[in-house]
Design a protein around this ligand. Structure first.
Ligand SMILES: [Zn+2]
Length: 434
């Protein structure tokens, strides 16, 4: 570590002397990674959402705070890093490592441009930050799903009030939320441990919060520890317990980040993985894997079975209409891409706030307050929204291509994806690569 700090200080001093002179710095892949961490932490000083997790040395963050580089300066330095990566000679797994770092720094650059006032269109941001081309869906596409829902839901007239009314019976009562969540987490944990190795002592703390733009958040803190927050602003329906337990915990974000720490930081000593930059291609995989993790840990009808047999009684919810509820929820999940349409139209200046909210109510079947919450998410995280649906599609297609419907093989491919630096383009099937 002493050597690492010496290199870091050399780079910092070299760069601070380089205002008007050209000083050639010979980078190695490790010193490039160290410099990236310093710049990312410097960016984090301007953008509180950028560094989602950091579990490296405090002294590097302290130095970033102290130097307080301007956004413009971070941008210039990051371009220099891209040039250095472009000309570095590396072999074997270092090639993939540098490709991943290059994509991460390009995304960082796009985020800086946004912070400096450059107005990216939604699709441009998806491409430059997440390396993704999310699909466009027409209103007719969503309307055809709503028509099918209309035939299933009791009553007549507008879909949203009928949907809200029907699913009211499946809200977990406030005094049962903790019990239901703890049981869902225990089961996801047990099943995950049976299929992939988790380090000794890994653990997360559960906390209930209010007034947030998201429904759940995993804050990874290093050494296998996370803080998982669950937002109680909106009613929590019975099927969300396993969704959140699997997405945020096992085998989702908590598992993903502790595997990253074990594989990249502890085993390979790759400094860039001591930091998870939220606005980067890694998020497309992180969210896609977290969402697909629900199906991995509860394959086929096992989720519904477990919910009906264990969680319904714990929540004291009557399960007589459960089959209809699941049928409806399956159709509603197909409306998820409508959130991208809201974000695209809103961020591209086509929808006003009111139009974005009414679109979400009509095509995403969100209540007014849920639609407002969703819009505040879009305002804060912007094109990040694609990571949940497009990321899920990407991961699902890749895993089913590699593993079919063999549960053991699915765990194997899933484990590989959370243990290696993959980029979204690595997951494209041969006919999708252009
Ligand atoms: Zn997530």
């Amino acid at each position: 570590m002493k050597i690492f700090i010496k290199i870091l200080f050399f780079l910092i001093i070299a760069n601070s002397c380089a205002e008007n002179k050209i000083i050639e710095i010979k980078y190695t892949s490790n010193s490039l990674a160290d410099r990236f961490v310093f710049l990312a932490l410097s960016l984090g000083e301007h953008d509180k959402d950028y560094v989602d997790a950091y579990f490296g040395e405090d002294s590097i963050r302290d130095e970033a705070k102290k130097q307080n580089l301007s956004l413009r300066r971070i941008k210039i330095e990051s371009i220099k890093l891209l040039e250095a990566i472009d000309s570095i000679n590396v072999e074997n797994e270092e090639i993939r490592r540098m490709k991943f770092l290059f994509a991460t720094i390009r995304a960082m650059n796009a985020r800086i441009n946004h912070l400096l006032g450059y107005d990216y269109l939604f699709d441009q941001e998806a491409k430059f930050i997440y390396k993704a081309n999310p699909p466009h869906y027409s209103n007719d596409h969503f309307q055809s799903i709503l028509d099918r829902l209309g035939k299933l839901l009791p009553g007549k007239g507008d879909i949203l009030p009928r949907y809200e009314n029907f699913r009211k019976a499946f809200i977990i009562p406030d005094d049962k939320i903790d019990t239901v969540f703890k049981r869902a987490i225990e089961e996801s944990h047990r099943r995950t441990k049976e299929n992939l190795s988790l380090p000794q002592g890994e653990h997360f703390t559960l906390e209930y919060v209010k007034d947030k733009p998201w429904s759940g958040y995993n804050w990874y803190q290093g050494n296998g520890q996370s803080l998982i927050q669950i937002n109680l602003d909106q009613p929590i329906y019975i099927d969300r317990a396993i969704d959140i337990a699997a997405h945020e915990g096992y085998p989702g974000h908590h598992t993903f980040l502790l595997r990253i720490e074990a594989e990249y930081v502890k085993k390979r000593k790759w400094a860039e993985f001591t930091l998870y930059p939220l606005f980067s291609p890694m998020s497309l995989l992180a969210e896609g894997l977290a969402n697909f993790g629900i199906e991995v840990v509860f394959p086929g009808d096992e989720k519904v079975k477990f919910e009906k047999e264990v969680l319904f009684p714990l929540a004291e919810i009557n399960s007589s209409d459960a089959d209809k509820y699941y049928k409806i929820q399956e159709l509603v999940s197909k409306l998820n891409f409508s959130r991208n349409e809201v974000a695209r139209n809103f961020l591209d200046g086509i929808f006003s706030e009111e139009e974005a909210i009414s679109y979400s109510m009509k095509y995403s079947l969100m209540s007014h307050s849920r639609a407002k919450q969703s819009l505040s998410f879009i305002k804060k995280y912007r094109a990040y929204i694609i990571n949940y649906n497009h990321g899920l599609d990407l991961v699902r297609k890749y895993i089913s291509h590699k593993a079919g419907d063999n549960p053991e093989k699915i765990w194997e491919v899933y484990t590989d994806l959370i243990s290696n630096p993959y980029l979204p383009s690595d997951l494209l099937l041969p006919d999708e690569k252009k």
